[in-house]
Design a protein around this ligand. Sequence first.
Ligand code: HEM
Length: 88
Amino acid sequence: TAGRVVPVSRTELARHNQVNDAWMAIRGKVFNVTRYMDYHPGGVDELMRGVGRDATKLFDEVHAWVNYPQLLGKCYVGPLKDTVASKK
Ligand code: HEM
């Protein structure tokens, strides 16, 4: 369903940790990077290090300057539910 934004729990995020089903959180935003996989200049193996989890730290260690919201605009899934701030 194109254009639908859904808040993502960490449990749900962790389910998408495969090369053909890869989600990644960066600064509180979850992206489906499955289709980006083959286009990542750092390669598949590097990108795979961050899937199924919050990859903010890894991402920033390598290339904090990369404009991921622009690159992954169409891959946006939704905000990562913060376990601390979450009401449910
Ligand atoms: C390189 C994008 C996640 C590791 C790059 C470059 C881009 C990019 C545009 C080229 C940068 C340049 O040449 O200046 C992304 C996006 C990500 C992502 C949009 C989020 C989905 C990650 C993660 C890792 C990673 C999680 C794991 C540590 C690398 C490495 C390079 C690289 C090692 C350098 C490759 C080289 O210098 O030959 N990435 N990246 N990236 N990326 Fe990522």
